[in-house]
Design a protein around this ligand. Structure first.
Ligand SMILES: Cc1cc2nc3c(=O)[nH]c(=O)nc-3n(C[C@H](O)[C@H](O)[C@H](O)COP(=O)(O)OP(=O)(O)OC[C@H]3O[C@@H](n4cnc5c(N)ncnc54)[C@H](O)[C@@H]3O)c2cc1C
Length: 411
């Protein structure tokens, strides 16, 4: 058998970018996934590559979280059957809502997101698939939302992001469809988007293969790491003996960590999308409606509505009705937004850490086993950024991020 330097388990946006970064450092890499690339959570995101980022704890504070989760019209809810398994995560989340923690996590997320696009450029060079660089809009639906936006925008600006409040005339000129929503809008200039996130990941995987990588369909059953450092990946079809393993299985990472005695605080935060019955060009850039927890985003067929936060333990049952109800509320303001005939509501599980900051680490006491996950709402934005941090870690290059992105930060 040919020598394998590294196996990356998981071909979502995080795993494929990680594999590309390791390959760039001269390693022979195989990606194993139970299905084609980009069919997990990375399939149906809103396609935004954002240069800024806030943790969820900046929006849902510990004291108002129960009300938010119970309110019928809230964009956030919980799978009640999962609650007993979410308690320890919930305690860590509550700690992450302390003002000093929110400030620290906001600064770190902005610092990482600032390199979102340039990291893709560094990884892909001339092979970078098409990315639309038209910014994105946050539309504010009430005067109180505008006031909150002014304060968030000053934080974005203090971290170096180019954002500005638009006049109504500017907003309608940019996106005539939001004519009926004109209370105010923020324009995030350096944001970009892709119109087909799954195809984007597929193209990255193609580049990985063209550069000599192997992509194999394999469901990984267990990962064992011996005291002498050897790692064995046992798959449904074959066993593998690489020099090192990177787990990038999104919300499901803990399943493969069981035999290593390590567990990271990670839950699944389901989001949903549905294709809308509109033509391509209906909107030119993603339009976020923060108070409704949804993003109206350009897609190959026209546009999608994507979003919501439905918390549970990995594998919990989806409730597509949540998106149908949210869409009904949005249609009161933009009646043209009907689901496309015959299109099902899709849902995917975001890997969510308590502080919304990803985890990139070497598994304690297992020197050849690494984890990269926990990107929550920002996997497409931060995929290439964390890939480069992971490659530094794996190749022993000193990085200032080792403690900030390690799961040991939760104690
Ligand atoms: C509605 C919605 C909108 C979003 N919008 C945005 C956005 O606009 N911008 C942004 O940056 N982010 C967005 N996100 C978040 C982003 O999609 C996620 O952070 C990202 O997809 C996580 O990628 P991942 O590679 O970690 O996980 P996944 O894409 O889930 O990949 C994990 C892979 O591991 C594989 N796997 C799991 N277990 C095994 C096993 N045992 N053996 C083999 N393979 C296995 C799965 O098949 C899967 O392919 C959104 C998410 C949702 C749900």
């Amino acid at each position: 058998m040919k020598k394998i330097d590294a196996i990356v388990v998981g071909a979502g946006v995080v795993g494929v970018t990680a594999a590309l970064a390791l390959q760039q450092r001269g390693l022979k890499v195989i990606i194993l996934d139970q299905g084609p690339p980009g069919q997990g959570c990375s399939f149906g995101n809103a396609g935004v590559i954002s240069p800024t980022g806030f943790p969820l704890s900046a929006y849902y504070r510990a004291f108002n979280l129960p009300t938010q989760l119970l309110k019928v019209s809230s964009p956030a809810t919980v799978d009640w059957a999962s609650v007993p398994r979410l308690l320890s995560w919930g305690i860590k989340y509550a700690k992450a809502t302390r003002p000093d923690e929110v400030r620290r996590d906001t600064a770190l997320l902005h610092e990482l997101a600032r390199h979102a696009l340039s990291s893709y450029e560094l990884l892909l060079g001339a092979d970078l698939p098409p990315i639309n660089r038209r910014g994105y809009l946050l539309v504010h639906l009430s005067e109180s939302e505008v006031r909150r936006a002014i304060s968030s925008n000053s934080i974005r600006t203090s971290h170096g992001a180019a954002v500005r409040l638009l006049s109504n005339a500017e907003l309608v000129e940019m996106e005539p469809v939001v004519r009926g929503l004109r209370t105010g809008a923020t324009f995030v200039e350096q944001a970009a988007h892709v119109t087909d996130p799954a195809a984007f990941v597929g193209s990255l995987a193609t580049v990985f293969v063209q550069r000599g990588g192997l992509l194999q369909c394999e469901r990984v059953l267990t990962v064992e790491s011996k005291t002498n450092g050897d790692v064995i990946v046992r798959g449904a079809r074959a066993n593998y003996f690489p020099s090192m393993v990177v787990l990038a299985t999104g919300a499901y990472v803990n399943q493969l960590l069981v035999r290593c005695g390590h567990k990271i605080p990670l839950i699944a935060e389901r989001g949903y999308h549905v294709e809308l019955d509109v033509e391509p060009g209906f909107i030119r850039r993603p339009i976020t409606l923060p108070s409704l927890g949804a993003v109206l985003t350009p897609s190959e067929r026209g546009a999608r509505i994507a979003g919501l936060s439905h918390f549970g333990s990995p594998g919990f049952k989806a409730r597509t009705q949540l998106l149908s109800s949210a869409l009904e509320r949005i249609r009161k303001r933009i009646p043209a937004l009907k689901p496309r005939f015959g299109c099902q509501i899709w849902s995917g599980e975001r890997p969510a850490t308590p502080d919304s900051v990803p985890i990139v680490e070497q598994v304690p006491a297992h020197c050849r086993l690494f984890v990269v996950t926990g990107h929550g709402h920002a996997g497409l934005s931060l995929g290439a950024v964390t890939a480069r941090i992971l490659a530094d870690l794996v190749t022993g290059k000193v990085s200032g991020y080792s403690s900030q992105l390690s799961s040991e930060r939760f104690g």
